[in-house]
Design a protein around this ligand. Structure first.
Ligand code: 5GP
Ligand code: MG
Length: 172
């Protein structure tokens, strides 16, 4: 039987999301900011985060899928949906659910830079260290873990459990 080990409660999520939103609001006070949510996992995190911002912000979405993760091979990334807003001279922050190997984010940062963004920051709900393959600088992190497969608050297993209000380590 699978086991759900609590990692983050609703209260912990709410507190950290508000704190991170405050940091972003301070850091980007005088800049044109676009938050780019990475579908699908970041949709709940992004929705909560933007409601705590105290500065003007535009929102867009991208969708990427990576291959080769399970075989720990090169990890190719395929862009399924690009942003629609013009990023020229805009400061963007990628909003991601979880950073694992770092392959997806490294690809997305390069892609957004080549789309003309003035700067590209990263905000992640979870920073998971153990399997990191590519150095990525995550500017804003709500919570760090070493390992484990996490679900809830947007994160899925086979598209299920995204609706759980808390984050769990799923042991199959
Ligand atoms: P990376 O390229 O950093 O290895 O992959 C990051 C992506 O893999 C995340 O955006 C997420 O979709 C997926 N992923 C990595 N670890 C987990 C996890 O623990 N739980 C879930 N649900 N997805 C994960
Ligand atoms: Mg993802």
């Amino acid at each position: 039987m699978s086991e759900f080990i609590p990692i983050l409660t609703r209260e912990e999520i709410e507190k950290r999301v508000a704190e991170v939103a405050q940091e972003i609001s301070n850091d980007y006070r005088d800049r044109d900011l676009i938050l780019i949510g990475i579908l699908k996992g970041a949709f709940i995190f992004l929705a909560d985060l933007i409601r705590h911002l105290s500065i003007p912000v535009q929102v867009d979405f991208m969708c990427a899928s990576s291959y080769g993760r399970s075989t720990s091979s090169s990890g190719r990334v395929k862009l399924i949906k690009d942003v629609e807003l013009d990023l020229k001279s805009k400061h963007v922050i990628i909003v991601e659910d979880i950073v694992d190997t770092g392959v997806t984010l490294a690809y997305l940062v390069e892609h957004l830079k080549s789309s003309g963004a003035a700067s590209v920051g990263i905000c992640a709900l979870i920073d998971k260290h153990e399997r990191r393959k590519v150095e990525v600088e995550v500017d804003y992190i709500c919570h760090a873990v070493d390992k484990g497969f996490l679900v809830g608050y947007g994160l899925d297993y086979a598209e299920f459990y995204r609706n759980l209000p808390e984050v769990y380590h799923l042991k199959l």
